[in-house]
Write a protein that binds this ligand. Structure first.
Ligand code: ZN
Length: 230
């Protein structure tokens, strides 16, 4: 679910920036949305029907940049403050983030117009700024943790099947596991895992160091905590 932010402390500024240096190319207009703390550049040139949606997504990024940065701090880290949103008309799948650029499938957005949570997930990847090498399931799990716990806490959650589910399923499954650890076992694990991943120092042993349990033991305990399936 997407709710408009009721009142912003600082107004967002919307600017259209036109690039047309190459005389043979069509000029491309990028909308810049900025606050005092962050900026988003929205490029819907290749999917012009999504211009308004793109502006909403950009404004959301500007508003959520400082929030996600505050949720995922680490020593000596200065979080990025700028992001580019590019809407790709040919891309399959949903979206991906690379460096400060989020590429979003225009086809996906057209059939999921209420999916602003996906934008927060991708923005989290921009803030994570992890070097390669960390386990993908945890990187994706933290991105969905920010999404489902902080951005859309009211949204329905998937039902996990203990016979099939694994913490390595990533996304919402891992996010719900992290939430359970934070609430019922050891608070602060997400921030510490984030710092380790960002420093390129993640190891499986960290789970026992931080919680006294291996990740498999924690998962087994989480599965036992689920209500029995009828
Ligand atoms: Zn992701």
């Amino acid at each position: 679910m997407y709710a408009m932010t009721p009142r912003l402390l600082f107004p967002l500024i919307f600017l259209s920036l036109t690039h047309g240096a190459d005389l043979n190319a069509e000029p491309r207009t990028v909308v810049k949305i900025a606050s005092k703390n962050a900026a988003a550049f929205v490029d819907t040139n290749d999917a012009p029907d999504l211009k308004e949606w793109g502006k909403r997504a950009g404004a959301l990024c500007v508003t959520w940049f400082p929030k996600v940065a505050a949720l995922l701090p680490s020593e000596g880290f200065t979080p990025p403050k700028e992001v580019t949103l590019y809407f790709d008309p040919k891309m399959k799948g949903v979206a991906h983030a690379l460096g400060g650029k989020i590429t979003i499938s225009a086809v996906f957005v057209r059939s999921h117009l209420d999916d602003m949570g996906m934008v927060v997930h991708e923005l989290t990847h921009v803030v994570q700024s992890y070097p390669p090498g960390g386990p993908g399931w945890l990187v994706e799990g933290i991105a969905d943790y920010i999404r489902i716990v902080h951005f859309e806490p009211q949204a329905p959650r998937p039902k996990l099947d203990p016979a099939k589910a694994s913490y390595k399923d990533a996304y919402k499954t891992t996010a719900m596991f992290l939430e359970w650890i934070e609430q019922h076992h050891t608070a602060g694990v997400v921030v510490k895992m984030n710092a380790a991943l960002r420093a390129g120092k993640y190891q499986d042993e960290l789970w026992s160091k931080l919680t006294g349990k291996t990740v498999d033991e924690l998962w087994a305990q989480f599965m036992k905590s689920l209500p029995p399936t009828p």
